[in-house]
Design a protein around this ligand. Sequence first.
Ligand SMILES: [Zn+2]
Length: 190
Amino acid sequence: MPSRSHPEQPLAQALRQPPSQPLRYLGGYPAHLLQQVQGLIDAGRLGETLSQRYPTLHEVRTDKALYDYVTELKARCMRGAAPISKVAYDSKLKVIQHALGTHTRVSRVQGGQLKAKREIRIASLFREAPPEFLNMIVVHELAHLKEREHDKAFYQLCRHMSPDYHQHEFDLRLWLTARDLGLMPGVAEA
Ligand SMILES: [Zn+2]
């Protein structure tokens, strides 16, 4: 299993590349890492390697369970951030917005008060996924409640919530690659 490296290309950007390019999720990573990944694919070992490293699927299957999961993590790691009004799995996310998760902040005046409504949507492909990958995406969207850009402060916040954030992001990219190649039996297409 290749080791982690700081991602240069945001996942959302990777999703815009044609599926015909099997390593599209790994753009921006150094060539020697890509060679290791290609080596695992060529040896027919990528799926097996990932299944061994991430053997379980989480149980957060419903929007209600996802809401509880997100608010619990937020209460633990981001005390003080404004409440989230809605959390949901979204099956259209990947196709339409080229994203694995989104966060929105809508401000409106209600009864003379300015109220901000925050929503987090998670691509429904994460409904059946290892817990580490759901966690990584939720941490990413929660961090955006405080930091807009993918800058140093943003990744610092991500690592505060999940010390293995970068490793999980890299492995998530491998997992998406393996899914595209049909190497992850038991994981249903979203
Ligand atoms: Zn982001």
